[in-house]
Ligand binder design. Structure first.
Ligand SMILES: Nc1ncnc2c1ncn2[C@@H]1O[C@H](COP(=O)(O)OP(=O)(O)OP(=O)(O)O)[C@@H](O)[C@H]1O
Ligand SMILES: [Mg+2]
Length: 261
């Protein structure tokens, strides 16, 4: 398998006079968790939308599975999109469907599995996220954290190679946030797929990231392990970490640093 799951080359995007992406270069490693951090309004969601082809760049390339997806026609793009799972910011569940049907939806849309096979896959995914006893609940009867869990189960259901997360812990209390982060880490360690997470919850992100990329001024100005990022000497990075109260490197072993916070 290729070491690079997603290769982004010199990606540019402006909205009118506003330059949002100004030459993004990033290689997302296969089978790892890459977290993209950066300030609110900095272009994280815009970048993610380019990766699934919801937005077209002004220039640049995004290579996934041997295709530059920025050049693909819609029909072929849809094929490539199937290799992606996506957890949207608001979980984006179908309000009129219960938990089971929400998770079963991608299987009914994109596969020819029998009802019995679908049931077995859905139950397995719901077990993984700890919601097996909630199959008949409607989204309105769930807490925010439970909705995210259903969204995660649905993102995993087609067994995609790449899963994108837009702010998986926003609007959740700290305890639930931690349980979602642990769940993300656990599932990734179990299935070894490529995860891309964007967030401004820096503290949480340092907990799960294999690699961190910092988006600043429309560019990726830092890329490395959480340990390396915290030792950065770049002013912009230090300012950003200081503002989010991440302490810099204070000594201790690599493992201790990995355990942070
Ligand atoms: N479709 C669009 N049309 C015009 N401007 C847009 C569009 N989408 C995003 N923008 C602008 O691009 C900039 C970056 O937005 P984006 O949503 O990527 O920020 P973000 O880093 O995800 O922020 P947050 O952390 O708050 O979610 C913002 O100034 C936003 O107004
Ligand atoms: Mg965003």
């Amino acid at each position: 398998m290729e070491d690079t799951a997603i290769r982004i080359i010199d990606l540019h995007k402006s909205f009118g006079p506003q330059k949002v992406l100004d030459g993004i270069n990033l290689e997302v490693e296969t089978g790892k968790i890459t977290v993209i951090i950066g300030k609110s309004g900095g272009g994280k969601s815009v970048l993610l939308k380019h990766i699934i082809g919801l937005l077209k760049p002004d220039s640049g390339e995004i290579w996934v599975n041997g295709n530059d997806i920025t050049k693909l026609p819609e029909k072929e793009l849809n094929e490539v999109r199937r290799s992606f799972g996506m957890l949207f910011q608001e979980a984006a569940l179908f309000d009129s469907m219960d938990v089971f049907d929400n998770v079963a939806f991608p299987l009914r849309e994109h596969t020819k599995l029998s009802d019995r096979e679908i049931e077995s896959v859905v139950e397995e995914r719901l077990r993984q996220v700890g919601l097996l006893t909630f199959t008949e609940k409607m989204p309105s009867e769930l807490s925010g954290g439970m909705r995210k869990r259903v969204g995660l189960a649905r993102a995993l259901v087609l067994d995609p190679d790449i899963i994108l997360f837009d702010e998986p812990t926003s609007a959740l209390d700290p305890i639930i946030s931690l349980s979602i982060l642990d769940l993300i880490r656990e599932t990734q360690q179990r299935i070894q797929k490529t995860y891309v997470v964007i967030s401004h919850d820096i503290l949480g992100m340092f907990r799960i990231a294999d690699k961190v990329a910092m988006l600043y001024g429309g560019k990726i100005i830092e890329y490395g392990t959480p340990y390396e990022i915290r030792r950065s000497t770049k002013e912009a990075t230090k300012e950003f970490l200081k503002a989010t109260k991440i302490p810099g490197f204070t000594g201790g072993s690599y493992e201790q640093q990995q355990d942070f916070p």
